[in-house]
Write a protein that binds this ligand. Structure first.
Ligand code: COS
Length: 382
């Protein structure tokens, strides 16, 4: 649902103040501790951030994709680890349920997801199924009114906090690729489900990814999302939305870095004048700004088209591809503009440089986005 302009402006203003006053001062500490303070999580709950995309009838804010992107751009103006805290609830962890769940499933889980009392995770990736996500080997075997799940998932965001997993598992081994895969809601406390230790990562400390192991986990049939064998398509449609969300996040981070660069280049003097006086520095700032504007335009236009009911698989892939590559270039230039300080931890720029690297990898690598864009363009004949 699209908010009226006044409510939308109020929400964006509230999120902007939360980012500026509460989150930015905590960036270094969260990175150092590799942990999110509980009071921050509680404030995120109170602001409704866990339920941005959940329908109002289940307690969420029910934002349109356009409004969600605008809010996420604001949230991008701080360490992306903060957004990750509720990102799975808003995106890949909840959307299979929102889009394809039964009424009973929605009533059972969505209010808790919207409030943040239930944390969700999306369990698709496996050791042998990364970009080739149709190669899922986790098995789900029907046994009466249950399925029995066995297998392992890898790099699952928020798995260590999750109460509920959307799990893609193979119900029909005779069908190759995605055709034999089904989607399930699996509760964390199901006997046989265990979560590995958080991985040590290159960036985004404070956000965690872990393995999830299924050892004869019994899942009631009523927890299957969609028809048997439709799980791969469910996952792809979840990712279609998730990729737009990530594009908006990339735009927000780029905007933050540009603001930091302008502030630093105004303050810092060399050869008797501020760095902003040098045209080569201006050129870097101009390139960053141009690319951020282009990524934002593409992201917002695609979000509006999605809100209008159009299929935006290709455009969403293009937005994710361009925005994630763009913020990588912006972060690189930010280090360059900051010079030696860009390499020093205290200034925070090197942290963003590491944080943004994953945007080109998760929810589909740049190369997967290229595959999707090329396939569709070839199909359309241009
Ligand atoms: N929406 C709806 N249906 C989709 C779809 C989408 N976005 N993408 C694919 N499908 C459907 C296809 O139409 C096809 O249906 P039919 O069998 O009825 O024809 C089916 O799903 C299989 O699609 P396809 O043949 O394109 O599958 P591929 O195995 O070739 O893989 C890619 C397609 C590469 C695009 C997919 O595996 C992918 O996105 N991989 C990256 C996964 C990813 O993002 N991983 C990150 C982990 S989650 S953080």
């Amino acid at each position: 649902m699209a908010l009226d302009a006044e409510t939308r402006d109020q929400l964006i203003d509230t999120v902007r103040r939360f980012v500026t006053e509460r989150l930015r001062p905590l960036e270094a500490k969260v990175a150092e501790d590799d942990a999110m303070p509980q009071d921050v999580i509680d404030e995120m709950k109170a602001l409704g951030l866990f339920g941005l995309s959940i329908p109002e009838s289940y307690g969420g804010l029910d934002l349109s994709m356009e409004d969600e992107c605008l809010v996420v751009v604001e949230l991008g103006r701080t360490s992306p680890a903060f957004r990750s805290t509720f990102g799975t609830n808003v995106g890949i962890g909840s959307q299979a349920l929102v889009m394809f769940g039964t009424e009973a499933q929605k009533q059972k889980y969505l209010p808790g997801i919207a409030s943040g009392d239930i944390i969700t995770s999306f369990a698709l990736t496996e050791p042998e199924a990364g970009s080739d996500s149709g190669a899922v080997q986790t098995r789900a075997v029907r046994d009466g009114d249950h399925y029995v799940l066995n297998g392992a998932k890898r790099y699952i965001t928020n798995a260590n906090k999750a109460d509920l997993f959307t799990v893609m598992a193979r119900t029909d081994p005779s069908k190759p690729g995605g055709g034999g895969v089904s989607a399930f809601l699996v509760e964390r406390n199901a006997p046989g489900l265990s979560v590995g230790k958080p991985e040590k990562k290159m960036g985004q400390q404070g956000a965690h990814v872990c393995d999830v192991i299924f050892d004869n986990v019994r899942v009631p049939v009523e927890n299957r999302i969609g028809a048997e064998g439709e799980g791969f398509k469910v996952a792809m449609q979840v990712l279609d939305k998730g990729r737009l969300h990530i594009s908006a996040l990339c735009v927000g981070v780029a905007e933050r870095l540009i603001t930091d660069c302008v502030a630093y280049a105004t303050e810092r003097k060399q050869f008797g004048q501020p760095l902003t006086g040098f045209q080569l520095v201006q050129g870097m700032i101009a390139d960053c700004k141009t690319e951020a504007l282009a990524a934002k335009a593409l992201t917002m236009e695609t979000a509006r088209r999605r809100d209008a009911g159009q299929n935006v698989t290709m455009e969403g892939a293009a937005a994710k591809y361009f925005a994630s590559e763009m913020v990588g270039r912006v972060a690189d230039k930010a280090v360059q503009i900051f010079g030696g300080a860009g390499y020093i931890t205290e200034y925070g720029i090197e942290r963003f440089y590491r944080d943004v690297r994953i945007f080109r990898i998760y929810e589909g690598t740049s190369q997967i986005q290229q595959v999707i864009i090329a396939r569709e363009t070839l199909k359309r004949g241009g």
